[in-house]
Design a protein around this ligand. Structure first.
Ligand code: FES
Ligand SMILES: [Fe+2]
Length: 368
């Protein structure tokens, strides 16, 4: 397992960006969820008054109790009908200090007088979107630099709203997954694609891959293959959105979030336009879309199977016909460094790149 430093990514161990931390439905049990990302533990819950999602640092400042670890015996939980979520706040199971959604302690049942200002935990900026919870993580503590992930298709009745596939935690640094955006050479052997056109473009916080060709995994239920166009963009370091036009129109989502330095949690989903083209997806559309998502998951699992057992690629033996790996790795560094360095990094990677010997997807523009 290699770490951020091994890849020489930059000053920060964990990158800046929007990251998925849970599927929204995981919070519907009225119990807090203990989650771990960026080498830290958090308490994640849905407020009972407003329904808004709250993410707090996990450990109570009083005596460091985990606010969201499973607990069934404390009377805080028993008297709370199985939960320590109170309104939009959460009560520590140990001595019953309560913290509001802003992370500030607002009640200590056995204490007279003012509550010390230090009695607080950090409250993180989270949004609920695409049936998932996303956090803005920023080592510099700044405001979001780009919008949180969203899709107009998610709320469109002509599209089938999917479930999220939970791929679990991989013992790989996310760098190994991000490399995939420019990996022209794996498309045929891994996915059975007969790639006709391929190119990458790096602009600001986005890294895009455009490709088209046949595909042996993403086919219709009766095995018919259509030429597949994929326009795939990383919006920041952890959220990939891919417009697919093949047998059906679909949008693939792949999200991944560092857990500890060198491990990453991964999710996958696929929003499919109703195959019958009806304005409101029918039951049959839902079934067909579900099958298509299974196939898309199979295609992604083809990558995962390799990632599960590969050694970290710190210095690859790249060929000019492999793709723009070095440019993609430079692009990825912007998220591991202070914002003040972003332009210097982008100056070294922005542009359009086509692997040697491959047809560009669009007319080639010259790299800046
Ligand atoms: S440890 Fe949380 S209230 Fe004491
Ligand atoms: Fe792949």
């Amino acid at each position: 397992m290699a770490k951020t430093q091994d890849y020489r990514l930059g000053e920060f161990t964990y990158p800046r960006g929007w990251f998925m931390i849970a599927e929204a439905s995981e919070l519907d049990q009225h119990r807090p969820l203990a989650v771990r990302f960026f080498g830290q533990d958090f308490a994640l819950y849905r407020g009972r008054n407003s329904g808004t999602v709250v993410l707090l640092d996990a450990y109570c400042p009083h005596m460091k109790t985990h606010l969201a670890a499973p607990n069934r015996t404390s009377y805080v939980i028993q008297d709370g009908a199985g939960t320590n979520i109170e309104g939009d706040g959460i009560r520590c199971p140990y001595h019953a200090w309560r913290f509001g959604a802003d992370g500030k302690c607002d009640d200590i049942p056995y204490h007279q007088g003012p509550i010390p200002a230090a009695a607080q935990v950090k409250s993180w900026q989270v949004v609920e979107s695409l049936g998932a919870i996303f956090v803005w993580h920023d080592p510099e503590g700044g405001e979001p630099q780009w919008d949180h992930p969203s899709l107009p298709q998610w709320d469109d009745t002509a599209w089938v709203r999917p479930k999220w596939d939970h791929l679990g935690t991989l013992n790989q640094h996310p760098q190994e997954l991000v490399d995939n955006i420019c990996d022209y050479g794996h498309l045929s052997p891994i996915h059975g694609s007969t790639v006709e056109r391929f190119e990458n473009e790096f602009i600001g916080h986005t890294a895009t891959q455009r490709q088209c060709g046949g595909h042996r995994t993403l086919v219709s239920a009766d095995g018919v293959s259509a030429s597949l166009h994929t326009l795939t963009t990383y919006h920041g370091p952890g959220v990939l959105i891919s417009d697919l036009t093949g047998i059906y129109e679909a949008v693939m989502l792949i999200t991944h979030t560092p857990v500890d330095d060198g491990t990453v949690k991964v999710w996958h989903s696929l929003v499919v336009k109703s195959p019958s083209q009806s304005a409101v997806a029918t039951k049959a559309d839902q079934v067909a879309a579900g099958h298509y998502q299974e196939m898309a998951l199979t295609a992604f699992a083809q990558d995962i199977e390799v990632w599960n057992f590969k050694a970290p690629c710190i210095n690859g033996l790249y060929l000019p016909s492999d793709g723009a790996f070095m440019k993609a790795r430079i692009w990825y560094r912007q998220f591991y460094n202070p914002r003040a360095k972003t332009q210097e990094i982008l100056d070294q990677c922005e542009g359009v790149y086509v692997p040697r010997g491959v047809k560009p997807y669009t007319e080639p523009k010259l790299a800046a």
